[in-house]
Design a protein around this ligand. Structure first.
Ligand code: ADP
Ligand code: MG
Ligand code: MG
Length: 504
């Protein structure tokens, strides 16, 4: 921490602990440099002692060898203010979104039709759809369905609306580290209650790790083979491995005697390439990988074209889909999480196809931002004139893929010139402009202050076996905060820091 605080001059951002509510909390810009220094040091020790860590970019082995090259996760020093009403709203819709994903996943015609034009121009989506088609051909049924989702929101400053950025159905990251940062912030607020004068209980407890672990354990239980394991599908190199291990640790420690088998619930980690080599399907339909029967496949890789460098990885994906193992997500759940489906669901009368309860439909629709397909020439014209009001999104996950500002216009013009087909790879979305607040962000042991904007993710877990819904919960949250000048938001991609919320 030898370097001083750095940051751009603030242009009067909202202070972190000073808001519109009746009881302003405090002004983070007025904290003394001594106190900041103390808080940073305390926070970084806490991260190291409690596993709020990631592999260090600067150490090549940190993504391969556990215990090597650990560094603290990029964090916000203090939680960000968030209105309690919007927090409750985001929590309330989580089980409805879970149910929606399940219903949409069963409508294979809707999925295939909605993505048919995307398929022609997007090779990755096309491969996913091929797997989906193959499962339809053999009439494959997934009776036990497990969803571990994260629905992300921003609070639009002008309209004060909570608007959904996207709904992730595969490989939702940071349930582990997200739970920890809430605890860290509560601790810091408690330990410095005199200086800060705030109530640490306003940082909601974060049950993301325990909720996801519970869902995985219950899915394993439904599979009903006490010798079977949970398999985490991982990348060959993963700097975020500790986040994943927090779930494995929870599974091991919390479910040691599940169904009285008197042994730990075992998790194994395999890459898609490993699974291609070691995997087979038994005559029973069960998935064997090495010496293990797999009850649940939990994907923490496999969402990006980079995860499939050869046909081997695609073979592994198809093999798993063919098997009777519970896939989190199944190919159908994966497709429901595409941006194209998000846009189709926002069209008039589409939610009504999947949900019966009018109140539920209204609640979901309330958080839909403007979403358009690029066969709408009026909207394209608008985007060419005011590109700053839109985000152009391809069918990709993991951050860093969207197009903003003048690039929206350039890309649209280029795609139009090349012919209409290319446009089908993208959707257009209303750009959301959240209120900026002052934040201290700590990365690599250095604390920066800047104007920041935040995105709140709500985790949801869903498990059903045939007609029986075993779990449908909101479980925990993840706040991510980034400098307001940055378009993209990924923590792993290096744009944002992990954060929690302080309810106002
Ligand atoms: P990904 O699946 O790659 O995470 P997202 O749709 O979440 O794709 O977009 C990545 C990031 O881009 C978000 O975390 C957010 O910071 C920013 N972003 C996405 N959509 C919008 C939007 N409509 N308005 C403002 N920022 C957005
Ligand atoms: Mg995503
Ligand atoms: Mg996202």
């Amino acid at each position: 921490l030898s370097q001083p605080l750095r940051g751009q001059k603030s242009t009067d951002p909202e202070s972190k602990f000073e808001d519109t509510s009746d009881a302003p909390v405090f002004d983070s810009r007025k904290l003394s440099p001594e106190l900041i220094k103390e808080l940073v040091s305390e926070a970084l020790f806490w991260c190291s002692l409690h596993g709020l860590v990631v592999g260090d970019r600067n150490n090549a082995r940190s993504a391969i060898v556990p215990g090597v090259g650990l560094t603290h996760a990029p964090i916000s020093l203090l939680p960000t203010l968030f209105p309690e009403g919007h927090w409750k709203q985001a929590c309330e819709v989580a089980p409805i979104f879970n149910e929606l994903v399940d219903r949409v996943s069963l409508d294979s015609k809707f999925l295939q039709d909605s993505l048919s034009r995307t398929k022609v121009v997007d090779a990755f989506t096309s491969r996913l759809l091929d797997i989906h088609s193959k499962m339809l051909e053999i009439n494959k049924k997934e009776e036990i369905r497990l969803g571990l989702h994260r629905s992300d929101y921003m609070l639009d400053a002008q309209t004060k609306q909570l608007l959904q950025i996207e709904l992730n159905t595969i490989s939702c990251s940071f349930p582990g580290l997200g739970s920890l940062i809430s605890t860290l912030h509560r601790n810091l607020l408690n330990n410095h209650s005199k200086d800060l004068g705030v109530d640490s209980k306003k940082v909601p407890e974060n049950g993301a790790t325990s909720g996801f672990a519970e869902a995985l354990a219950k899915a394993w239980n439904e599979y009903n083979d006490s010798s079977a394991v949970i398999m985490v599908v991982v990348s060959p190199e993963e700097r975020n491995m500790y986040d994943q291990h927090w779930l494995c640790k929870e599974l091991k420690e919390r479910y040691p005697y599940i169904k009285k088998i008197r042994c730990c619930l075992t998790t194994i980690r395999r890459t898609l390439a490993d699974i291609n080599q070691e995997g087979e399907i038994l005559p029973s339909g069960a998935l064997r990988v090495g010496n293990h029967t797999v009850a649940v496949v939990y994907f923490r890789a496999g969402y990006s074209p980079d995860d499939y460098p050869s046909e081997n990885e695609w073979s592994a994906r198809l093999l798993m889909e063919h098997s009777s193992a519970i896939k989190c997500p199944s190919i159908s759940y994966h497709l429901v999480g595409t941006k194209k489906i998000q846009q189709e669901l926002a069209k008039p009368n589409v939610l009504e196809r999947f949900l019966d309860n009018q109140d539920d439909i209204a609640k979901l629709r309330k958080c839909f931002a403007g979403l358009w397909s690029l066969d709408d020439s009026e909207v394209i014209q608008e985007a060419l004139e005011r590109p700053d009001l839109f985000v152009l999104k391809p069918q990709r996950e993991g951050g860093g893929n969207n197009i903003y500002g003048d690039n929206v216009r350039d890309t649209l013009l280029k795609l139009q010139q090349e012919g209409a087909e290319g446009l089908a790879a993208y959707i257009l979305m209303q750009r959301i402009f959240p209120k900026t607040s002052h934040a201290f962000m700590v990365r690599d042991g250095v604390c920066y202050q800047d104007n920041a904007i935040s995105e709140l993710g709500i985790y949801g877990a869903y498990l059903r076996n045939k007609d029986k819904v075993i779990m449908n919960d909101q479980c925990g949250y993840l706040m991510r905060t980034k400098v307001s000048s940055s378009n993209e938001g990924g923590v792993a991609a290096g744009f944002a820091v992990l954060d929690s919320i302080y309810l106002i």
